[in-house]
Structure formats: structure tokens, C-alpha cells
Design a protein around this ligand. Structure first.
Ligand SMILES: [Zn+2]
Length: 572
């Protein structure tokens, strides 16, 4: 049984999409029309319903510009088709690894690939063997390559040869032997750094001294905390060659910092000429340890949960977390302030107290989600908003929905009839209706995939709010972060007021619930009217001209918090 028969047995109808690719610089290639004709012939012969076509026209066969291909892969997740038809396999992917990756992706969503010309059937034993061989080869290539590279680097390290990149300050690489040799001028700088540091000078003082003498790093830059700490911790300066220290990359190829297990680290002594004595180096390490401990006691770590979401309404710069000791009592003040103002003194905006803005953002969210009546209002307003923006498409979506219901009804009726009398006309009519229904469903799905047209129902909002409530009830810092990450779209701080924009459901792409807060009044002034709570954030954020009258005395804000969860931010 081939794959088409198998799907038909399971689902009665087989839904397919066409993928075709055409590169204009290849003369020998079949034209896009010829490819499509061959595929459609195949689909007709095998009684497949074609629900969509994806066509890429690339300028050159080698460039990887395949937006439609990627769209097809993305759509495969929606389970609106069972098969992808291509003219030839080389239309599908550019190389083996690529092909395997995407075929696995399709398979995960129950979609098979058929090449019309090669009659390569996804489920045939030959194809299964071929697939597993290709997969194994791809894995072998990538692993073996990494192993060879690593082996070479390890051998170099054991010989004390430099394994690549810049040598550290104080050393050069001998181009013949690839060994590190001392650069006398730079070595003096290294010695000076260690001397100053072990005399008890902090990083700042050492940097000042180095700048005064016009010394630069190996890259020709001014010294900074990072480069200095790298030098003071570098064991090469006592003649130790260290290799394989950084922890491996994870499956996504990202290094997360940290070190490998001691046993895996290769340390070779006597291949690098030392610059610093072991005693001085040891002393420096002890100072580092003491300093680190001291520092962590002095500056409490603050978590700024709104980071990345909070911006300046006056200059559109980012607001960033900042803490300092201020006032007569030198009490700790934790706030967000405009980064432009901090760095360039170019913005007039004032900072906003962290606990104030975080509490408001979360409290308002709590008020929204615990208000039962709000949901239906939100759905209505959002529906009207969509209608205003995309009236035609919304109508098409509604029509399709009705069509699908209508087709289902007719099919049900015919099925009842078919159970009593059997006739070819009836069977044909049934098939025709099935096709129409499937095509409507596919188009409906495609429309709904358009972000502006995602349908949002009361049930969907209720589900979404259920998650919000769970997070509130969990009442820990992680949940608060999650709440803000998922539901707060943006916080805009103006001189006189603040705006919090919420995205109350992930599918409500352009819609937010907006609250305006008066900065001065001492009480929370919510000036939003419930009828215009939906709008596009970009319009709101950049409106600029809309300001509210305001007197500029800043009183201490006291906010009544009735939900205990929101007390959280009072105690770090
Ligand atoms: Zn600013």
C-alpha cells in the first residue's frame, strides 16, 4: 500500500499542497508552468485535493531565498494538509542535511513528501533505508568534523602552540613555531597591573593609572573592568597553558559560560614563558576573592521585571533599572530612569520608582482578569476593531465559517440518504461536497493565520485569564516575571503620566488594554474610558502630542494594595 492509499484509509480524503521552485538562471530547468502541470496531473490522477500552492522564484539556484518554502513548513503545523507534492526532489531542498531536517519537521506534523517525477514514496522500504543512511551520514559529518578540529587543537595545546585568536597581552605568537613568546613592552604593562592590584588598588584606580601612561589593551582599546579582570585571572602569566576550559555549547550551539570539569581541562606547564611570579599571582587571586565577597554585600541585587518593556515617552529611549542611596537618610532608592538621560543628559524625563510602576502594572492586570463582566466587553470591542480595520476579510472569514457549517449539514444529510440507497450520483455529490468543505476549511485556516484576523472568543480570553490567575496565585517572583513577559506589552513613562499597555491574549496582536496614570495626584488616576480600551500600541506610544494637564509637585505615592501578591515587590 502506498502512502496515498494509507492516508485515504485513515482520513477518506487526501489533502495536498504543491511546492515549486524555479531559478531563472538555469535554462535547462522545466519552467514553473511545466512543473505545476506535471504536479497537477499527478494530483488529478491520484484524486488528491490541492488546498494550496507555494511557489518560489529565485534569481539564482544557489541563493537561499525561499519565503514560500518556509511558509509551507510553517503551515504544516496547522494540520491542514497531508502531502507536499514536488516536481523533483531537488526542488525540495538544497542539500541532504537540509532535506532531512525539513522532512523530519513535516513528518512530525503528519505530512509526507512525494516527488512526482521520481515516484519516491515516503513510506517505501527503500526510502526508509535511504533516509536513515542520509541521516546517519549527516550526523557523522558534523560530529567527525568537530572531533577532528578539537583533536588538532588539543595536540597544539600539548605542544604549547597557540590555538587561535589573539594572544594575551604580554605575548606574541612566533609565526614559525606557533609558540607564545614574551613581548617585552607589553610584559611591563602586565607586571604593572599585577603590582598595582596586589598593592590594594581597585580596578578603577588601576585603569586610571594605565590611561595616564597611555597604555592600551591587545586590541588597542582602553582598559576596562572586563579586560583587567581577564588579565588578573589568566594563568598563562605564570607559565600555565590552559586548554578546553570553557564549557561546551548546548544543542542550540549557544555557550552558557562556566567551566568544564577539572578532569577535562588540559593544563601544560613549562611551554609558556612566565611573566608574573606564582606568589604575586596567588596574592592577586586572594584579593579577587575577598573583593567579590565584599561587593556582593555592599550592593543588593535588584530584579527589574519591567526591563525591556518600559520606555521613555519623551525621547523613546529605554528606561533602565537604577538604584542609589539618596535623601537625607541615605535610604536606598530603586527606580527606572531614561537611559538617554543617564548617558547623554539629553532627555528631560524623570525617573519612576520601581515598586510604584511595577505594582500598578500588576494590580491593574489583576483588576482586569478578576472582573467577570470585562471579558464580553473586550471581545466586542476587539471584534469591532477588527471589523473597522479589515471589514472585507472579516466578512470573508465569517462567510467561510457559515459555508463550512452548511457543507457539514448537507454532507450529514447525504450520508443518511446514502445509508438507505446507493447511487453513483449520490457518491459523486458527496465527494464534491467533501472537497468544497476542505477547501473552505483551508482558506479559513489561512485567513485566521493572518495575525490581524485571528479570531478571539470569550472562551479563549477566559482560558488566557485562567493562566493569569494561576500566576497571580502562585505569588512568587518567577510568576510575576512571567505575567509581565506575557501580558504587559509596554509601559511608557512621560514626564507627567504613565501608560501601561496590556496584551490580554496572545492572538490579539494589535490590541491592548490601555491605562493612563497620572504621576502627581497621589492616588491612582485611571483616565481610560472603557469604550476605547483597544488600540494599536504603536499609535498610542508615538502619539506625542497628547498630553494631560498636570502640576509638577511629586508627592510620595501610596497605593492601597488589596491583593497580597502585589506586596511582593516591597521586599526584594
Ligand atoms: Zn528619555
Amino acid at each position: 500500500m502506498n502512502i496515498i492509499e494509507k492516508i485515504r484509509l485513515k482520513k477518506q480524503v487526501v489533502r495536498a499542497v504543491i511546492y515549486a521552485r524555479f531559478s531563472s538562471d538555469n535554462q535547462r530547468e522545466e519552467s514553473i508552468e511545466a512543473q505545476l502541470r506535471a504536479i497537477k496531473d499527478y494530483a488529478n490522477k491520484n484524486n488528491l485535493i490541492v488546498v494550496n500552492e507555494y511557489i518560489d522564484k529565485a534569481k539564482s539556484a544557489t541563493t537561499d531565498n525561499r519565503p514560500q518554502f518556509l511558509q509551507m513548513i510553517a503551515d504544516s503545523k496547522e494540520e491542514i494538509f497531508d502531502l507536499v507534492l514536488v516536481h523533483k526532489l531537488d526542488r525540495f531542498a538544497r542539500n541532504r542535511q537540509d532535506s532531512i531536517g525539513y522532512r523530519m519537521e513535516l513528518k512530525r506534523h503528519g505530512v509526507s513528501l512525494i516527488s512526482v517525477l521520481e515516484y519516491l514514496d515516503d513510506e517505501s522500504p527503500e526510502s526508509l533505508i535511504l533516509e536513515s543512511i542520509l541521516e546517519a551520514m549527516a550526523e557523522y559529518y558534523s560530529k567527525n568534523l568537530a572531533r577532528e578540529v578539537h583533536k588538532g587543537m588539543k595536540e597544539n595545546a600539548l605542544k604549547g602552540q597557540h590555538t587561535g585568536g589573539h594572544p594575551p597581552l604580554g605575548y606574541d605568537v612566533n609565526p614559525q613555531t606557533k609558540m607564545l613568546v614574551i613581548n617585552p613592552k607589553e610584559a611591563e604593562v602586565v607586571k604593572l597591573i599585577f603590582n598595582l592590584y596586589t598593592q590594594g588598588k581597585g580596578y578603577g584606580a588601576v585603569i586610571d593609572e594605565l590611561n595616564l601612561r597611555n597604555y592600551r589593551t591587545k586590541n588597542g582599546k582602553h582598559f576596562a573592568h572586563g579586560s583587567l579582570s581577564g588579565i588578573i585571572r589568566n594563568e598563562k602569566y605564570i607559565g600555565l597553558y590552559i586548554f578546553n576550559k570553557s564549557a561546551a555549547k548546548d544543542v542550540d550551539g549557544i555557550r552558557h559560560g562556566g567551566s568544564k570539569d577539572e578532569s577535562e581541562i588540559i593544563k601544560v606547564e613549562g611551554v609558556v614563558p612566565p611573566i608574573i611570579s606564582k606568589e604575586t599571582f596567588q596574592l592577586a587571586q586572594e584579593i579577587i576573592k575577598k573583593r567579590v565577597r565584599g561587593d556582593s554585600r555592599k550592593i543588593p541585587k535588584h530584579i527589574y521585571v519591567l526591563s525591556g518593556k518600559i520606555i521613555c515617552g519623551e525621547c523613546h529611549g529605554a528606561f533602565i533599572g537604577h538604584s542609589r542611596y539618596a535623601g537625607r537618610s541615605k535610604s536606598l532608592q530603586v527606580a527606572y530612569r531614561c537611559s538617554v538621560r543617564k548617558n547623554k543628559h539629553m532627555c528631560v524625563n524623570k525617573e519612576v520608582r520601581r515598586e510604584y510602576i511595577e505594582k500598578i502594572a500588576l494590580r491593574k492586570l489583576a483588576e482586569i482578569v478578576y472582573d467577570e463582566a470585562f471579558i464580553s466587553q473586550l471581545v466586542k470591542v476587539y471584534g469591532n476593531y477588527q471589523l473597522g480595520k479589515n471589514a472585507e476579510l472579516v466578512k470573508r472569514r465569517e462567510d467561510l465559517k457559515e459555508n463550512i457549517i452548511q457543507f457539514s449539514k448537507e454532507i450529514d444529510n447525504l450520508l443518511i440518504l446514502a445509508s438507505k440507497v446507493s447511487s453513483e450520483a449520490l457518491a459523486n455529490k458527496l465527494t464534491e461536497l467533501e472537497h468544497l468543505k476542505i477547501q473552505s476549511e483551508a482558506e479559513y485556516q489561512r485567513l485566521c493565520n493572518n495575525n490581524n484576523l485571528k479570531e478571539v472568543t470569550e472562551d479563549m480570553i477566559k482560558d488566557s485569564f485562567k493562566i493569569v490567575k494561576q500566576l497571580f496565585e502562585a505569588s512568587d517572583l518567577r510568576s510575576c516575571k512571567k505575567l509581565i513577559e506575557l501580558y504587559v506589552e509596554k509601559v511608557v513613562i512621560y514626564r507627567d503620566e504613565a501608560i501601561v499597555l496590556y496584551r490580554l491574549h496572545p492572538d490579539m496582536v494589535h490590541s491592548c488594554y490601555e491605562i493612563l496614570l497620572n504621576r502627581s495626584s497621589g492616588t491612582l488616576a485611571d483616565t481610560t474610558s472603557p469604550n476605547d480600551c483597544v488600540g494599536e500600541p504603536s499609535e498610542v506610544v508615538l502619539r506625542g502630542s497628547k498630553r494631560y494637564s498636570f502640576t509638577s509637585s511629586r508627592k510620595k505615592l501610596q497605593i492601597q494594595v488589596n491583593n497580597c501578591v502585589l506586596q511582593l515587590f516591597c521586599t526584594p
